[in-house]
Design a protein around this ligand. Structure first.
Ligand SMILES: Cc1cc2nc3c(=O)[nH]c(=O)nc-3n(C[C@H](O)[C@H](O)[C@H](O)COP(=O)(O)OP(=O)(O)OC[C@H]3O[C@@H](n4cnc5c(N)ncnc54)[C@H](O)[C@@H]3O)c2cc1C
Length: 470
């Protein structure tokens, strides 16, 4: 890294050089001297304070190719960002390529596919596809970037029925660090196609991709709220419910600590609940019948499960849309054993004071995800069915550090039950440290070989921390 960083001194401050780059692309070049610099270097997660040497807001694949060549001449490392929802390594002293201006989405209704540029968010794809009666495999938030999400796997509310987003890619268009523009599919550059579906963004810069779509316009989805002191019973019952759940149902159980902020409805403001949430993508009456398992058992405090247009799927998780400083962590759980439930309640529910977490959620995976041939692409842990995610807000670096320690201890307490990590739910230092836990040994070593082949000097530094094989 140091050998690459040294030559940039002088070059990066040579404004005329960046002016040349600006003259050759249709996008924008932003240097630390420019007034837009502070906005451009920001991501969704405001806890990330990165200082790239130069920022290139790309408008086309050709812009990305030109930018990559300039970065090589300057000896700069490269970082890529669309929304900044999942920053793993800060872009300090690198060229940061922003794909956010590249937002084209073109739907082919007959073929049930969409071409999506690298800066598109899921909400844009959802909006473009629903009029065709089709849906993409987005996650809980339509504000997340399509490409970053997919490179890490991509597990959303249609996951158990239709699999991961990575499993539904027909082809990628990719700029390699040496500036080539490649089509990457099952038949063209198939080694990269294997590695980019679940292996993260370390092998090349995706400028667009074609994805498959599915016939979903209406779902039966929502949340049940129970008192937090029922958490053990509810989680144990969730274990029973999901043991026989059809693939059409993707669901989760969580302890939710709603923050005491004024724009929160009073009924939930500052309060904690144990919640069951889910999305059933088959006929609504079947979804309703599945919910009787809960409604006939104990009346929830709040129950907003209903038939809804799939375009409203974001209301199930209600993830924040405005940038904020936060921390996300997680791990696969072997089972929702009583001891696991007790540990989650012990750490995530309030006891003599609030928990530092906003939520601790266990999502139910499996179904189509587990049925896909494990060798088909780089994604690991296909057989695991319970995914724990821990999320908190961290307004200062000190709070971030304290929460990071809290989360480590939480996971240490769960250690006997953990079965590896899901990279999309890790960020920053934890992501860099634990990447090997996301893959079986042979997949990880194949990803290292691919990195050695496509980026031997590790110039592309924002992807998962998988070094080139030596
Ligand atoms: C509110 C919220 C909800 C979420 N919900 C889900 C969910 O339901 N399911 C799920 O699986 N994940 C979920 N995630 C995690 C999310 O998928 C990851 O954080 C993902 O990395 C975000 O991608 P992005 O492009 O939006 O973010 P960015 O920070 O812009 O990109 C993340 C990383 O992806 C890589 N990357 C991005 N674009 C490119 C490109 N064009 N070429 C090469 N590499 C690239 C880079 O390595 C970059 O560091 C959620 C995250 C948040 C914050």
């Amino acid at each position: 890294m140091d050998t690459l960083a040294n030559p940039l001194i002088g070059f990066a401050t040579d404004g005329s050089r960046w002016q040349q780059l600006a003259n050759q692309i249709s996008g924008t070049v932003i240097t630390p001297q420019d007034p837009q610099y502070d906005t451009a270097r920001r991501g969704f997660n405001l806890a990330v304070d990165q200082h790239p040497a130069v920022i290139v807001a790309a408008h086309t694949a050709a812009d990305v190719q030109t930018a990559v060549q300039f970065a090589a001449e300057a000896g700069l490392g490269i970082s890529v960002q669309s929304t900044g929802h999942g920053i793993i390594s800060m872009a300090d002293e690198n060229m940061l390529i922003l794909t956010s201006p590249m937002t084209a989405v073109r739907v082919n209704g007959a073929a049930q596919t969409a071409w999506v540029e690298a800066g598109a968010k899921w909400g844009m794809v959802l909006q473009a596809t629903q009029p065709f009666g089709l849906a993409p495999l987005l996650g809980s938030s339509p504000d997340v970037g399509v490409v970053g999400y997919t490179l890490g796997g991509g597990f959303g509310w249609l996951g158990r029925k239709y699999g991961l987003s990575a499993d539904s890619v027909n082809y990628f268009e990719v700029v390699t660090v040496d500036g080539r523009l490649l089509r990457v599919s099952a038949t063209e550059n198939s080694d990269l196609f294997w590695g980019m579906r679940g292996g993260g963004g370390g092998l090349g810069i995706v400028t667009g991709m074609e994805i498959r779509l599915y016939p979903v316009t209406t779902v039966y989805g929502g949340n049940l709220f129970y008192p937090v002191d029922m958490a053990h019973e509810v989680m144990a019952r969730f274990r029973e419910w999901t043991a026989v759940a059809p693939d059409e149902l993707t669901s989760s159980v969580l302890i939710m600590n709603f923050p005491p902020i004024p724009d929160m409805p009073e009924v939930i403001r500052g309060k904690s609940f144990v919640m069951v949430r889910g999305c059933y993508c088959g006929p609504a009456d079947e979804g309703e019948a599945l919910l009787r398992f809960w409604r006939d058992w104990r009346a929830p405090l709040l129950d907003d499960f209903k038939t809804m247009p799939f375009s409203a799927v974001a209301t199930i998780s209600n993830d924040p849309v405005d940038p904020l400083p936060g921390l996300s962590s997680g791990a696969w759980l072997r089972e929702l054993h009583d001891d696991v439930i007790d540990t989650i309640i012990d750490r995530a529910a309030p006891h003599n004071g609030p928990s530092p977490l906003i939520f601790a959620e266990v999502r139910h995976a499996g179904g189509a995800i587990a049925r896909m041939d494990a060798a088909a692409n780089a994604y690991g842990h296909r057989q695991e069915t319970l995914l724990l995610q821990l999320v908190g807000v961290t307004p200062t670096p000190e709070v971030h550090e304290a929460l990071s320690q809290f989360v480590n201890e939480f996971k240490l307490a769960l250690q006997p039950w953990l079965a590896g990590v899901y990279m999309n739910f890790l960020e920053g230092g934890e992501s860099r440290q634990r990447v090997q836990e996301a893959y079986p040994v042979e997949k990880y070593s194949r990803l290292m070989q691919l990195k050695a082949q496509y980026d031997p000097e590790n110039r592309l530094r924002s992807g998962f921390n998988i070094p080139p094989a030596r």
